[in-house]
Design a binder for this molecule. Structure first.
Ligand code: KG4
Ligand code: ZN
Length: 350
């Protein structure tokens, strides 16, 4: 089965092809092309939906052709067309979604509408030899922080989520206060590498509470109050370089501590011995290092996607589409995009 996936929910235009060998077995990622619009949106300090949509339209044909060329396949060989249907920016989602539907219609092949979060959640298994196995999933992206008990494809139980800012959003908002370029997560991560995480003691909201929800907005507020104490008028540009690095290291450590603490508690509560972490924040160097260490100590098997599959990409959409297609779970061509799309098969814990 050859699946072509398209992702356009935010500021990456991406197309990927994934193929399962005849008779089953480990799917092969044949190509994963990502055209990022980050430099374009950076001057506005965030994603401008209209600009994202227009650029998806302009970029998609070339990205599609490059993905086919790199995979060495023609559009006529594709068995299933998949695209992100939400959550995301409506105008951006419409571009990839309409393109995938048009291709499916023209080729007379089935279409699968994929939930972006399901794509992230399953992404650690695209390149994993064991395939999708039951595990505890932590999705940490710009818009979501989730802990999910994954029993199998389409069998998910939501255990916890952020009640305010998502982890990526917390990184981005703190970075904005520090006047660092968009997106702030990678900038804070870079500066944190040269900082002392213990110089500033920052809050770890809800870390010790028994439930599995997250809250990161208090961290942002703590930085807001700390800034004027560190530089006159709170101007981040007046901060000595080392202070900036120490502050970034403190913020990163606080977010990482909370994420890992809750993820390991979720493993304990569910009995899962496998933890998979995905989403843009999962490429954070501090998080990856600490996860390796903590999981080893707790004797939990850790599965991380390669860095190239952490932030938005179409490989995860093609892979999730493939699993849905194998289950016969196709979508009709009038399936709408939905900025707040809920994950089908997701139960909440009783
Ligand atoms: O998964 P993603 O590409 O898009 C969403 O679905 O939201 O995640 C983007 C988020 C942004 O908030 C970005 O700042 C964050 O992932 N991010 C990072 C790093 N790289 C990307 N956060 C912390 N450290 C990083 N290295
Ligand atoms: Zn994403």
């Amino acid at each position: 089965m050859l699946v072509l996936g398209i992702e356009s929910s935010c500021d990456e235009t991406a197309v990927a092809l994934i193929e399962e060998p005849p008779g089953g077995g480990q799917p092969q990622l044949l190509s994963s092309i990502i055209s990022t619009q980050i430099p374009l949106h950076r001057m506005y300090g965030g994603v401008i939906p209209e600009l994202a949509s227009r650029n998806h339209s302009a970029n998609l044909p070339a990205v599609l052709q490059e993905a086919l060329d790199k995979a060495g396949r023609s559009i006529h060989q594709v068995d299933v067309f998949a695209s992100t249907a939400g959550p995301g920016l409506v105008a951006a989602l419409l571009v990839g979604n309409t393109a995938a539907k048009a291709l499916a219609l023209t080729a007379g092949k089935p279409f699968v509408a994929v939930n972006h979060l399901e794509g992230h959640m399953l992404s650690p298994f695209i390149t994993h030899s064991q395939g999708l196995i039951p595990h505890l999933s932590m999705v940490v992206s710009g818009g979501h922080s989730l802990l999910v008990d994954v029993q199998g494809p389409g069998k998910y139980t939501l255990l916890g989520r952020s009640v305010d800012d998502a982890a990526g959003e917390a990184f981005d908002k703190v970075a904005k206060m520090l006047d660092l370029p968009y997106p702030g997560g990678p900038e804070i991560d870079k500066l944190a590498e040269q900082g002392n995480p213990e110089r500033f003691s920052l809050p770890r909201p809800m870390m010790h509470e028994a439930h599995l929800n997250f809250s990161f907005s208090g961290l942002k507020t703590a930085v807001l109050y700390l800034l004027p104490k560190l530089s006159p008028g709170g101007n981040p540009h007046d901060l000595p370089k080392q202070t900036l690095c120490d502050l970034c290291a403190g913020v990163r450590a606080a977010i990482v501590d909370v994420l890992i603490h809750k993820a390991l508690r979720a493993c304990k509560q569910t009995g899962h011995r496998i933890l998979a972490v995905s989403g843009g924040v999962s490429c954070n160097q501090g998080l990856r290092r600490q996860l390796e260490k903590s999981c080893k100590q707790a004797r939990i098997q850790l599965i991380l996607p390669p860095n190239s599959l952490t932030t938005d990409n179409a490989a995860m959409i093609a892979f999730a589409g493939m699993l849905r297609a194998k289950a016969g779970d196709f979508s009709s061509l009038d399936t709408p995009v939905d900025p707040n799309l809920r994950l089908s098969g997701m139960q909440t814990r009783a």
